[in-house]
Ligand binder design. Structure first.
Ligand code: EPU
Length: 341
């Protein structure tokens, strides 16, 4: 079968939080065939399966039982070109930011606002990654997945994926699908998306007149680096909580008390609040608790100062959730997946 299964593999370097927990067994797969072999092996031994992409959206709460399958397939291609768009396809194991760079090198536009997001392409649809005014679902065409229920390959288009803010079918039905490859529809002419005010200001400051996706990508990288810790230096999983969506009435009541509270009305009438603002107002920004803490530049990000266990991260997260609920009556929902333990 040719699968190299490693026993008791330390996952410390395979998750951006830098939490050192062991996978009972770990295997890296580079093709559909190897994936099927790995799943068959797990079925044969009745091992639970955990899929691993870039490990950038997970908290390891303990040892991971069964078989952990690291998706390492590579490959990217242009499938179709028309006058104003291209359809590209890439394998699930591709690094997201490198894929963004490849599209920009080819003169394809649409991913620049999503530059520097850690993780793999295959994980991107799971949480419908989004940043600086753009969400993956806007450029998403379809994906090919293995349905573990039926054992069949299936193609899922945008509506089948049920994308919403940091949500999708793959979060609603965890474990059912393995995403194998993703198709994105990109533009051949720049169409800058400058809805995010600090990005618009940074673009203005360049003095450039002609839209330039590469420059926008660099500005996005600069903004990200100024607020978000580099996981190589300080373990983290990006935003630890989702920005809460509130019914308009509840949000308006809060705004009467805190008129400066950032808020974003949504198409469905609900209002999105900034969890980072709530956490900062509750006094947690920069807070350290042993080996974990709340990032100094962005209160939405919990960090590992070195050697932290998942349980320490979760204790801090729960204390923040409880405090924000008491102060604002708002429930914060954790964003990364809790794995193991
Ligand atoms: N804010 C504070 N204090 C903080 C953090 C934020 O007051 O410590 C305020 C900001 O001043 C601003 C508002 O909250 O008025 C929103 O902050 P920001 O623009 O930094 O974005 P965010 O809502 O905190 C979201 C995403 C990020 C994404 C940025 C930019 C979520 C959960 N997070 O953060 O995504 O990069 O917008 O679009 O939606 C990620 O998912 O890992 C991630 C980093």
């Amino acid at each position: 079968m040719g699968l190299a299964v490693v026993s008791q593999a330390d996952l410390g370097l395979l998750n951006t939080f830098g939490i050192s927990e062991h996978a009972e067994r770990l295997v890296a797969v580079e093709s559909d065939g190897q994936l099927r072999d790995a799943l068959a092996l797990a079925r044969q031994h009745d091992w639970p399966v955990t899929l691993l992409g870039g490990g950038s959206n997970m908290v390891l709460a303990g040892p991971v039982p069964g078989l952990t399958v690291a998706m390492r397939s590579r490959g990217r291609r242009v499938l179709e070109r028309s006058a104003d768009s291209v359809l590209i396809e890439a394998e699930a194991g591709e690094n997201w930011h490198q894929l963004v760079g490849w599209t920009l090198d080819h003169g394809f536009h649409g991913l620049e606002n999503l530059s520097l997001i850690p993780g793999t392409l295959g994980a991107a649809p799971v949480q419908n990654i989004g940043a600086y005014g753009v969400e993956l679902c806007e450029v998403f065409d379809s994906l090919e997945a293995l349905d573990r229920g039926s054992g069949q390959l299936c193609r899922l288009d945008r509506s089948a994926c049920r994308f919403a803010y940091r949500d999708s079918l793959f979060k609603q039905q965890p474990g059912r699908f393995v995403i194998l490859r993703v198709r994105l529809r990109l533009g051949t002419c720049p169409q800058p998306r400058l809805d995010y005010a600090p990005l618009a200001a940074a673009w203005q400051a360049t003095g450039l007149r002609r839209p330039d996706s590469r420059v926008i990508s660099e500005l996005v990288c600069r903004i990200r680096r100024s607020k978000l810790p580099d996981p190589v230096q300080l373990g983290n999983a990006g935003s630890f909580f989702k920005n809460p969506l509130l019914p308009a009435g509840q949000a308006r009541a809060l705004l009467l008390r805190w008129p400066a509270m950032p808020h974003y009305p949504q198409a469905d009438g609900s209002i999105k609040l900034a969890a980072g603002w709530l956490i900062e107002q509750a006094g947690w920004k920069g807070h350290c608790q042993g080996r974990v803490g709340v990032h100094r530049e962005q209160a939405l990000v919990l960090v590992n100062y070195g050697g932290a266990r998942g349980a320490e991260v979760m204790t801090l997260a729960r204390a923040i959730q409880q405090d924000v609920a008491e102060k604002f009556g708002v429930e914060l929902e954790m964003e990364p997946q809790l794995i193991g333990g």
